[in-house]
Design a protein around this ligand. Sequence first.
Ligand code: SF4
Length: 106
Amino acid sequence: MAKNEKKMEKVIGTNCYNCKFIDKKEVTVDPKELNDEGGIDPKNLEEMERAKKADLITLPGGSKADATSKKLCYNDQVDMNVTIRMCCAYWDNVGVKRPWKTKVSQ
Ligand code: SF4
């Protein structure tokens, strides 16, 4: 590996905590804030509209015990506290391959 080449972390499964839009600051979450699968539901109509547009979801099969913290998603389209049990259509990170952006169409 070249000296300045950064080893890319292998991502298996996407969630808010491995997304480039997540804040570094982690805050303990009150279990009362969580839904039954460990996500945080939108708190008002405005948040609900943003969540709908972003397809902000709580991944299935979890529980409140899976989320002990929350972090801010600073993507302007979301701008809400999220947990490791959540994800949305704007998930992105450094090193993601998008062949349609680099390959010339035939
Ligand atoms: S809500 Fe979407 S954009 Fe924000 S951290 Fe989660 S996956 Fe990333």
